[in-house]
Write a protein that binds this ligand. Structure first.
Ligand code: SAM
Ligand code: SF4
Length: 438
């Protein structure tokens, strides 16, 4: 029996797919790269913006011919769309055999059994916390040097635009001892870097152990030279976490800290729980404690009622902070969220043009910052081959910058010393000068 999983969305979803793959391999399934030869197809979906959801449904539509040709093919719709839409999915598409929410991963064998034996169309959206309670050692992780590790699930915040609290439920943290055990396990499998995952990862708590303590505990894991965590909420970025970033040698000097807007009025309407000043204070503390830290952020443009002045405040923030990378989106109303019910007379074309302007400004900032690195020598952990060609490797610096350089395939998964020779807004190019021993 062969399976294939299509994944949309964030790292959490990518790792949930690895868990689903682990469950399937435990049942004797084998992975295949081609949907056409699969007996089971799982669509692990994202519902953060309308476009992401549409992509999953349009992919589903493209499977009609395949399903007609091979009626025994089982199609399961999993992830955040499954959680959000539930029964509606069956009404919307006759191609879906079962629906499985992200916190019910362990029910997959049961659902498959029901589809096969009872010919029913089962659904499980239980919030049983499987994604945290799942023994991460059973996940079938993707090849490469970086292993994802879920340390918490869900989000207790109430940002007005966000569907995550609905799709992922309340916060739950994985016990620290289990996190350390899993990190040791992946190190034993040969992974070099661990990325700790949670929707609101810096709210991590296991009794008295907070994220800063956990980073400290993970320093003892042999073989893991790079540690990252995502996604952090600015209001939970305590001094203790900043200190741990400073003091723990394996914690990378890069942080994703979504700001969403540079206007206090918009932040308040979004119910983000901090002001621009407070955010900038966090940035200052981070930069003072961890020199050279790379900061990335998320920005939503065109939130309901966003005025020209409010948008300009976001552009100013961009100019002042000089982020190393920005992920920006036009506001997308999500069903059931408070923001979806807010009056919004902003024209889509204006929102798109604001997004374009913001991205253009940010590209200039990134280009300038990246060009300043030309001539530097940096450590790169090699992920694989670049899309630029077979003999060009692609890796990341500790600051999470993408570096392309010529080299042999034997370097995949290894560290390399690279001298930066040229830079674009999104990546650097260089030449290898010597291998660094792990
Ligand atoms: N927990 C993170 C935080 O506190 O910022 C965010 C996680 S969310 C999965 C990733 C990003 O998607 C958000 O930071 C936000 O910029 C964007 N996003 C979420 N809901 C959105 C919406 N309705 N429209 C547009 N972008 C949205
Ligand atoms: Fe969504 Fe992040 Fe806000 Fe939670 S903190 S509701 S995940 S944007």
């Amino acid at each position: 029996m062969r399976y294939r999983i299509e994944t949309w969305g964030c790292q959490m979803n990518v790792h949930d797919s690895e868990k689903l793959a682990g469950v399937l391999e435990g049942l004797g399934y084998h992975g295949t790269q081609e949907a056409a030869s699969a007996d089971l197809l799982l669509l692990n979906t994202c519902s953060i913006r309308e476009k992401a959801e549409e992509k999953a449904f349009s992919f589903l539509g493209s499977l009609r011919a395949l399903k007609q040709m091979r009626p025994q093919l089982i199609i399961g719709l999993c992830g955040c769309v499954a959680q959000q839409e539930g029964e509606e999915i069956f009404k919307r598409s006759d191609l879906v055999d079962f629906v499985l929410g992200p916190r019910a991963i362990a029910s997959l064998p049961l659902l498959l059994d029901e589809v096969r034996t009872r010919r029913s169309r089962p659904l499980d959206r239980g919030l049983r916390d499987d994604s945290v309670r799942f023994d991460g050692r059973l996940a079938r992780r993707n090849p490469g040097p970086r292993a994802f590790l879920t340390i918490m699930e869900g989000c207790n915040k109430t940002c007005t635009y966000c569907i995550v609290p609905t799709t992922r439920g309340r916060e739950l943290s994985k016990p620290a001892a289990a996190v350390v055990q899993e990190a040791e396990f992946v190190a034993g499998q040969g992974y070099r870097e661990v990325e700790l995952l949670g929707q609101n990862v810096n709210a991590y708590r296991d009794g008295k152990v907070h994220l800063g303590d956990l980073l400290g505990l993970l320093q003892g894991v042999d073989g893991i030279r790079r540690l990252r965590f995502t996604t952090s909420h600015p209001a939970h970025l305590s001094d203790a976490i900043v200190q741990a970033m400073r003091d723990c040698p394996t914690v990378c000097n890069a942080l994703h800290l979504p700001v969403q807007s540079g206007s206090d009025a918009v932040l308040e309407r979004m119910r983000r729980g901090y002001t621009v000043r407070r955010y900038r204070d966090r940035v200052d503390r981070l930069r003072a404690a961890v020199p050279g830290i790379a900061l990335s952020t998320d920005i939503i443009v065109g939130y309901p009622g966003e005025t020209g002045e409010e948008f300009d405040a976001t552009l100013r923030l961009l100019q002042d902070v000089e982020f190393d990378q920005v992920y920006s989106f036009v506001f997308s109303p999500r069903p059931g969220t408070d923001a979806a019910g807010e009056p919004d007379d902003g024209e889509q074309a204006l929102k798109e043009s604001r997004l374009h302007e913001l991205q253009q400004r940010q590209r200039e900032i990134q280009l300038r910052k990246n060009q300043a690195l030309v001539g530097c020598v940096t450590e790169v952990l090699v992920d694989g081959f670049s899309r630029m060609g077979d003999s060009i490797l692609k890796g990341r610096t500790r600051c999470n910058r993408v570096v392309n350089f010529p080299g042999p395939g034997s370097l995949v998964g290894e560290y390399a010393c690279v001298e930066i020779q040229s830079a674009g807004p999104n990546s650097l190019e260089g030449r290898r000068i010597a291998a660094v021993r792990p």
